[in-house]
Design a protein around this ligand. Structure first.
Ligand code: FAD
Length: 424
C-alpha cells in the first residue's frame, strides 16, 4: 500500500503541513499534481500567466524530487476521474492534501472524499494555507468577525507559537525514471513572459514597508502575492518574518486571512454584495466606458497607468488597484463584479477571496468597507502618491491623454446620488 500526497495550492516541499503528515504516516508517499480541466477550461485566454507560473513551479518541484530519488506524477483531467484511475492502478491507504477554502474547491474535495470513502480509502486534509482558518477566530458568540480591526486583534492574541513542518523525505516513493511533467502545449496553453523564481523574503523591503508601500513608483512591496496564492512560499515563514521585522506587513497577511474567512462563512459574496441593500444600486454599466477602463484609456493618467501595468505585467500596485477600482465603481458607476472579473483574468496573484473582498471594500458594498461617500479623487491621489509622476510616466511613456471619460465633480455627485437612492 502507498499514500498519495496531492499538491494543489502548496507547490513546495519545505514546511508543507500536508506533505509532512503524509511522510510521517509510515507508508511510502507518491506525490501527484492534477491540472484540473474544470479550472483550466474556464480560462479564456490560453496565454495565461498563472498557468505558466504553475507549470514552471511544478518543473522546479520535479527537479527537487528527482534529487530526492523520487518524482512528481502530473495528470491532466477532472480530479474525480484521475482518482478513479489511480485507485485502479495503486493500492492506496490515504490521500493527503492541504485544505482549500474556496467554494469550488470545497465541492471538489467533497466529491473526491466521498468517492475514496466508498473504496475504503481515507482522505486527510491539513491546515497549511493560513495561520488561522475558518472557525478558529470567532467572536465570543461563535459568529464570524466581519470587521477587520477586532478580527486582527484576536488573531494576534491567539497567535502563540508557529509550528514548522520539516518533512522526512526518506519516505517518498522511489522513482527511477520520473516522467517529464506536461508542457504548456500539452495542456492546451501557451508560453508567456513569466519567469518563475523561488520566492524569498526581502528584509530591505519588509523593514521599510510601512514608509514606502503607498508610493507606486517605488514598487516597495513584497510581490509575494502569487507565491502565497500557489503556496510556493509558506505563510508560516512569512508570518514569522513579519513578527520579527514589521507589524504593518503582518497586518497585510492578516487581511488575507480575514477575507478568506469571509468567503468561507459568506460564500454568497462571490456573486452578491455582502451588504444586501447595495444590490439596489442602479449601475450604469456602459460597455464602451468599461472597455476604455480595461484598456487604460479613461483620460485619467493614474487610472490609465494602473491598467497598463496590469495588462502588461499581471501586477498592479495596491494603491493603484484602489484608485482604478474606485474609478470604475464610483466615477463610471460600473458594477464592481465587472471589474472584479477583469482583475480575475489578469492578476498573477489573483485570489478569489482577496479580489472579491477588496473590490467590495472599494465599492462600499462589502463587509468592513469604506463608507460609500468616500470617493477617491484621482488627481489628489496622484499629488499625494505620485507627485513627480514617475509611475505615470513609466506606464504611459508616450501618453496622448484622451479626453476624460467623465468630469470628476459630476461623477462624484452622480455616484453619491446613485448610492443614496439605493440605500433609501
Ligand atoms: P504586499 O503589500 O507585500 O503584502 C503581502 C501579502 O499580503 C500580499 O501578497 C497578499 O497576500 C496579502 N495582502 C496584502 N494586502 C491585502 C489585502 N488588501 N487583502 C488581502 N490580502 C492582502 N490581493 C491578492 O492577493 N489577490 C487579489 O486578487 C487581489 N485583488 C485586489 C483587488 C483590488 C481592487 C484591490 C484594491 C486589492 C487587491 N488585492 C489582492 C490586495 C493587494 O492589492 C495585493 O495583495 C497586493 O497589492 C499584492 O502585492 P504584494 O504581493 O507586493 O503585497
Amino acid at each position: 500500500k502507498i499514500n498519495i500526497f496531492w499538491f494543489r495550492r502548496d507547490l513546495r516541499l519545505e514546511d508543507n503541513a500536508g506533505l509532512y503528515h503524509a511522510l510521517k504516516s509510515g507508508l511510502k508517499v507518491m506525490p501527484v499534481f492534477i491540472f484540473d480541466t474544470e479550472i483550466l477550461d474556464q480560462l479564456q485566454d490560453k496565454s495565461d500567466k498563472r498557468v505558466d507560473y504553475i507549470q514552471q513551479a511544478l518543473a522546479n518541484l520535479q527537479r527537487d524530487l528527482i534529487d530526492l530519488k523520487s518524482g512528481l506524477t502530473v495528470y491532466h483531467g477532472k480530479p474525480l476521474d484521475i482518482f478513479k484511475s489511480l485507485t485502479e492502478e495503486f493500492e492506496i491507504d490515504t490521500v493527503f492534501c492541504n485544505r482549500d477554502y474556496e467554494p469550488q474547491a470545497i465541492k471538489r474535495d467533497q466529491q473526491v472524499k466521498d468517492f475514496l470513502h466508498k473504496k475504503d480509502i481515507a482522505f486527510s486534509d491539513c491546515k497549511d494555507q493560513v495561520i488561522f482558518e475558518k472557525n478558529e477566530i470567532l467572536k465570543s458568540d461563535k459568529s464570524p468577525y466581519t470587521v477587520f480591526t477586532p478580527y486582527s486583534k484576536i488573531w494576534k492574541e491567539a497567535l502563540q507559537s508557529i509550528e514548522t513542518f520539516a518533512p522526512d523525505f526518506n519516505n517518498l516513493v522511489h522513482i527511477s525514471n520520473p516522467k517529464d511533467i506536461p508542457s504548456l502545449e500539452d495542456i492546451g496553453f501557451k508560453k508567456t513572459e513569466i519567469m518563475f523564481t523561488k520566492p524569498s523574503l526581502d528584509l530591505k523591503i519588509i523593514k521599510t514597508y510601512g514608509q514606502y508601500r503607498d508610493f507606486p513608483s517605488l514598487d516597495h512591496t513584497s510581490h509575494l502575492g502569487v507565491a502565497l496564492r500557489f503556496g510556493t512560499i509558506s505563510v508560516r515563514e512569512c508570518v514569522q518574518f513579519a513578527l520579527k521585522h514589521n507589524e504593518t506587513w503582518l497586518n497585510e497577511l492578516i487581511w488575507r486571512e480575514f477575507f478568506m474567512q469571509i468567503l468561507f462563512h459568506f460564500p454568497y459574496v462571490v456573486t452578491h454584495c455582502f451588504k444586501k441593500k447595495y444590490e439596489n444600486i442602479h449601475w450604469r454599466n456602459n460597455e464602451e466606458e468599461f472597455k476604455a477602463w480595461c484598456e487604460g484609456k479613461t483620460g485619467y493618467p493614474i487610472v490609465d497607468a494602473g491598467m497598463r501595468e496590469l495588462n502588461t505585467t499581471g501586477f498592479m500596485h495596491n494603491r493603484v488597484r484602489m484608485i482604478t477600482a474606485s474609478f470604475l465603481t464610483k466615477h463610471l458607476l460600473i458594477d464592481w463584479r465587472w471589474g472584479e472579473a477583469y482583475f480575475a483574468q489578469k492578476l498573477l496573484d489573483y485570489d478569489l477571496s482577496a479580489n472579491n473582498g477588496n473590490w467590495q471594500w472599494v465599492a462600499g458594498t462589502g463587509c468592513d468597507a469604506t463608507p460609500y461617500f468616500r470617493i477617491f479623487n484621482p488627481e489628489e491621489q496622484t499629488k499625494k502618491f505620485d507627485k513627480e509622476l514617475k509611475y505615470i510616466k513609466k506606464w504611459l511613456p508616450n501618453y496622448d491623454q484622451p479626453k476624460p471619460l467623465v468630469d470628476h465633480r459630476l461623477a462624484r455627485e452622480r455616484a453619491l446620488e446613485a448610492y443614496k437612492k439605493a440605500l433609501d
